[in-house]
Design a protein around this ligand. Structure first.
Ligand code: ADE
Length: 232
């Protein structure tokens, strides 16, 4: 039952982190989602329990050893585990809301958090790791990226969002950026709520919001409009 994430990390104490609070926290309490952090170092051998080593061919930084990581993956995810195996990495395919929804509709995920300069390529290939990036910037480790992915997945799980409707109107579900929002007070530092929003005319309100969404998207994210028929 529910979404089961196993997170392989050298910093298991970073989980569930902020996800233990608010919306995702209640899903975890109810058991709609489970996050199991597993320490990769538990699968290291030898006196020093080394998990990393210098890169073959030379260069800066350290690489996560294939043998240690493979043992960790095999221990938490046997051959018949149907969950996708993700590797958080800036080299990965950019995470999208549609991939988030696919993950949320499945049984869970095994998430590997990279550290150092990377992980040995052979374990990526033999353990079928799908590299996933949360954006074009470099974090010092995959843990905040895994927390971000889990936040996005957990909030769209069935029954987690307060109002079932509140998901489908938002950015990346509609393909447009969201229109501006307003609430009380009616007057704030001399600035009023746009009149149409207090008119009670729901058709006019919907038209205004659509126009605002399109204008904002054209300004900030024109590439999102490229295959939007109505724009042409
Ligand atoms: N690890 C380091 N940077 C990352 C990024 N941008 N996305 C996912 N994992 C990462």
């Amino acid at each position: 039952r529910g979404f089961h994430a196993t997170v392989l990390t050298l910093y298991p104490e970073m989980f569930p982190g902020h996800l233990g609070l608010s919306l995702a926290g209640r899903a975890l309490e109810r058991g709609d989602a489970v996050i199991d952090p597993v320490n990769i170092r538990d699968f290291a051998t030898g006196k020093h329990r080394n998990v990393d080593d210098t890169p073959a061919g030379g260069g800066a930084g350290m690489v996560l050893r294939a043998d240690v990581l493979a043992r960790a993956i095999d221990a938490v995810s046997p051959e018949d585990d149907t969950r996708p195996r993700l590797l958080m990495s800036p080299r990965g395919a950019p995470l999208t809301q549609s991939r988030v929804r696919e993950l949320a509709s499945g049984p869970g995920a095994v998430i590997v958090c990279g550290r150092f300069e990377g992980v040995d390529q052979r374990v990526i290939e033999t353990r079928n790791l799908e590299e996933v990036s949360i954006g074009d910037y470099v974090l010092s480790g995959g843990e905040p990226a895994a927390l971000t992915l889990l936040d996005a997945v957990i909030r769209v799980l069935p029954g987690v969002m307060g109002n079932a409707q509140s998901g489908t109107h938002e950015s990346f579900e509609t393909g447009l950026l969201e229109h501006p929002h307003y609430t009380r007070p009616q007057s704030f530092e001399g600035r009023e709520i746009p009149q149409v929003l207090t008119s009670g005319n729901h058709q006019a309100i919907e038209a205004w919001r659509q126009a605002q969404s399109r204008a904002l998207t054209r300004e900030r994210r024109p590439e999102l409009l490229e295959d939007d028929q109505l724009e042409k």
